[in-house]
Design a protein around this ligand. Structure first.
Ligand code: PLP
Length: 377
């Protein structure tokens, strides 16, 4: 972005990400997920701190993201989770020494061709199984045929067997998770005679931190690295409670003015002052990921206190009722996520906004992190 279109900013606490990473266990058992610009936290800054903390592998979305990590000098094993679609993707994967996914039989020839075109003697690959997500990969029953076909391509070195659990965050779906784990075990068994050293990788954040951990192989936590509790609202408690959110969003207050009883604010006049009030105008709106659907249903933190948002949320501004905080002035910060709270108040987090919007915190983090200029602490 060459010029910013908002004075708001996204504050990323990299130390929180370091601490969250260590809560996931030993780096040797992990492949942290930093796809989609590290869920809006920034691919390279997050990769760098995880590398410093001992990360041996990364899961990214595209081969391009993997190439970006290589250009930054990172030597970890890198798996692009969306697979390789075009010839360019395969060339990038082979030239950068990524570990591309093999998701279907056609991928085998494409991977082998790319390896030979760039003179790679050995291209590591990850074999993807669909155990019940219904997205990418082979059926478990395909494993023997897959192993057979791979043996015809000595340049391809199967390193990992991957699958993804669809509902391991839902205690009510434990039976389905069990079925997926068993299908994965069948896939692995079908590969192991040909590739005895292949490593299994099954779990996401919920598997990493929940009862499925022991059977999830190398875990691929995403959300939990950034502070999200994958079991929020399910009744399943995390063993060691405290993950820390890494992202905060601060919007400077542009103006404070009186609003007399009977006067309205913002588009469509959905809010009319029931009494004389003071209103602050803060620089956040739907253009920077603060959804208009939150209008009148949400609060922000000003001077450590929660204050209600009033009226329609605009493209890059919103209004707050700061009547209870008469000292509020232009230049103060309104925190849409995180920020310092006084005793008795707590910051808004991505889980709370997600609930209001009938979505998940992933979406809040990706959008707000992408749309607000980031500052690292
Ligand atoms: C995104 C993703 C993950 C990480 O999931 P979280 O719920 O964020 O921990 C792991 N594996 C795959 C294949 C993914 O696409």
């Amino acid at each position: 972005m060459s010029c910013t279109f908002t004075p708001a900013f996204c504050r990323i606490d990299l130390a929180a990400i370091r601490r969250n990473f260590h809560r996931m266990g030993s780096p040797a058992d992990l492949m942290p997920v930093i796809k989609s610009d590290a869920y809006g936290h920034g691919l390279l800054p997050v990769a760098r701190v995880l590398a410093e903390e001992g990360a041996l592998r990364f899961a990214v979305g595209t081969a391009d993201e993997g190439a970006e990590l290589r250009r930054a000098g990172m030597g970890q094993e890198i798996v692009p989770l969306m697979g390789c679609l075009t010839g360019d993707d395969w060339r990038t994967a082979a030239a950068c020494g990524l570990t591309p996914l093999i998701t279907c039989f056609d991928d085998i020839a494409a991977a082998a061709a790319a390896a030979s075109a760039c003179g790679a003697r050995r291209l590591p690959v990850a074999l993807k199984c669909d155990t019940g997500m219904g997205r990418l990969g082979f059926a478990p029953e395909d494993a023997p045929a897959l192993a057979e076909r791979l043996r015809a391509h000595p340049a391809l070195a199967p390193r990992l067997a991957l699958s993804h659990l669809s509902s391991v965050d839902m205690p009510t779906e434990d039976a389905y998770t069990e079925m997926q784990i068993r299908r994965f075990e069948r896939f692995l068994a079908g590969l192991r005679t040909a590739f005895p050293d292949i490593l299994p990788s099954l779990g996401n954040s919920a598997a990493t931190l929940g009862p499925a951990r022991q059977r999830s192989g190398i875990c691929r936590p995403g959300l939990a690295l950034y502070g999200g509790d994958p079991f929020a609202g399910t009744g399943r408690e995390l063993a060691d409670g405290s993950l820390e959110w890494a992202m905060s969003i601060a919007a400077p207050i542009l103006a404070v003015h009186p609003l007399r009883a009977g006067e309205s604010v913002s588009y469509g006049r959905i809010f009319t002052a029931p009494r004389d009030m003071r209103v602050a105008v803060a620089a956040a709106g739907y253009a920077t990921g603060y959804a208009r659907a939150l209008s009148g249903r949400v609060s922000l933190l000003v001077r450590g206190r929660r204050v209600p948002q009033v009226g329609r949320i605009c493209m890059s501004m919103l209004m707050l009722d700061v009547s209870a905080l008469p000292e509020t002035t232009r230049g103060d910060l309104a925190w849409a996520l995180g920020g310092p709270a006084e005793p008795g108040d707590r910051p808004v987090d991505a889980q709370e906004l997600a609930q209001l919007l009938d979505t998940i915190p992933y979406e809040i983090l990706c959008l707000m992190g992408a749309l607000n200029p980031r500052r690292y602490v």
